[in-house]
Design a protein around this ligand. Structure first.
Ligand code: PAJ
Length: 286
């Protein structure tokens, strides 16, 4: 595996891979690689001739009060892990390489879906995400780019960006990887104390409970939302941020679960802000 911090070297390597007839697959990350990231990399390896991963803790997507400085950066372990997972090229730019002229004047506007849910709690977050993802797409020129369903709103926005800006890339969704007790893997789980770690699966439990109720016939989304909020609210170590049930295509709040709908939850557990989501069963599915 080659490792580079240079966008020019990255572009040349991707051009060469394409010239050899390889499909270029791309997995953007902020590092602290865990089994969630690993699943993206494995799928890319399976489907593409040339696999590029990036590690860049993107300051543009962190709010002023967020964990930018504290975000874990175990670069040696990450490099070994990317190599073990079959990555061909690891791009690890510094801030100067990504933003040589300081803050951008041109950014990607996420539109209304950028302002709700995660966007309501983290203003400007999705503008930062889409801007860096657009830049990385421009540098790598991937045919296929892999994103986790764990960050469902991010995945939906990247898909919309690719579709509406006619970017020549297929955005590939990858299912969420979880701990045995249901907690979705996240670099931020490292912030949890043992007690907080025990409390953290409450998000998944609330989402699974909603899915179970739908299976048993409940269709009223307000009933499901109230029950999810009650369940998370009953956990003393969790501070609920939001619960939602949205149409899986439009991301509008639904009244009744009669089409593919997604349940989402966000809560603060100790120092960590955790998010999770689950596609609900519906009559046309399963
Ligand atoms: P990061 O949080 O490092 O996540 C990188 C990718 O891994 C994202 O697509 C995310 O959805 C996926 N991922 C994280 N945890 C996962 C899990 N438990 N199961 C499956 N996939 C998981 O998301 C970002 O970085 C950044 O916003 C980025 C897209 C790199 C732009 O800076």
């Amino acid at each position: 595996m080659d490792v580079t911090g240079s966008a020019a070297t990255l572009r040349a390597a991707c051009d060469a891979a394409r010239a050899h007839g390889h499909t270029v697959g791309f997995v953007p990350t902020m590092g602290a690689i865990h089994r969630g990231h690993a699943r993206l990399l494995r799928q890319a390896r399976h489907e593409c001739g040339f696999v590029v991963a990036s590690i860049f803790v993107n300051p543009l997507q962190f709010g002023a009060t967020e964990d930018l400085a504290a975000y874990p950066r175990p670069i040696e372990r990450d490099t070994a892990e990317a190599e073990r997972l079959g990555c061909d090229l690891l791009f690890v730019p510094d801030e100067k390489e990504m933003y040589p002229n300081g803050p951008h004047t041109i950014t990607v506007d996420p539109g209304p879906l950028g302002d709700c849910l995660e966007g309501a709690s983290r203003p400007e977050h999705f503008r930062g995400v889409l801007t860096v993802v657009a830049k990385l797409f421009g540098m790598v020129g991937p045919s296929r780019a892999y994103f986790g369903e764990k960050d469902a709103q991010q995945l939906a926005l990247v898909r919309r960006m690719a579709a509406e800006l006619n970017l020549p890339v297929t955005v590939v969704p990858v299912p969420t990887v979880r701990e045995p007790d249901g907690l979705a893997l996240s670099s931020r789980n490292a912030y949890l104390s043992p007690d907080e770690r025990q409390a953290a699966p409450v998000l998944f439990e609330a989402l699974s409970d909603a899915a179970e109720r739908v299976r048993e016939g409940e269709r009223d989304a307000d009933v499901l939302r109230a029950e999810m909020a009650r369940r998370i609210g009953a956990e003393p170590l969790a501070r609920l941020d939001y619960v939602a049930i949205v149409d899986d295509e439009t991301w509008e709040d639904v009244k009744r679960v009669e089409r593919p709908a997604r349940a989402l939850a966000a809560a603060r557990v100790g120092p960590a802000r955790l998010i999770d989501n689950l596609l609900l069963p519906w009559d046309g599915g399963e």
